[in-house]
Design a protein around this ligand. Structure first.
Ligand code: FES
Length: 129
């Protein structure tokens, strides 16, 4: 059974949709079911001059757990530095979701890989500039 938080984010997802002026997009999929997720990030700077995720949205074609973990992850890392966000662990995300059936664990950690993929794309783009 899913917890209340998961159901709430599934019914009313936060940060849903494409981010038109995104600096990078991370695309990940669940190979067992073929579902897909895109995480869009906009990068800004904090008062210390560190690069942060100033905005983040998602588009997910997937199950309850996939949609809920996208919503919860995007809420969680908004405002984080890129260094901190790229270290977000699957355990952190599962803890934050607070109630996922064991069979849905794989679907529930996709967004952690999604944000890492977006940061990787951002860094690669910058390197080429
Ligand atoms: S069943 Fe496809 S992401 Fe969960």
């Amino acid at each position: 059974m899913y917890g209340d938080k998961v159901m709430e984010h599934f019914r009313n997802p936060h940060n849903f949709g494409e981010l038109k002026d995104a600096d990078a997009v991370g695309k990940v999929g669940n190979p067992t079911c073929g579902d897909l997720m895109w995480i869009y990030i906009k990068v800004g700077k904090n008062e210390k001059g560190e690069e942060i995720i100033s905005d983040i949205t998602f588009k997910t074609f997937g199950c309850v757990a996939a949609i809920a973990n996208s919503s919860i992850l995007t809420d969680m890392v908004k405002g984080w530095t890129l260094e901190k966000a790229e270290k977000v662990s699957k355990e952190d995300l599962l803890k934050e979701m607070d109630g996922v059936p064991p069979i849905k664990i794989h679907c529930s950690i996709l967004a952690a890989d999604g944000v890492k993929a977006a940061i990787k794309e951002y860094r690669e783009k910058k390197r080429k500039e």
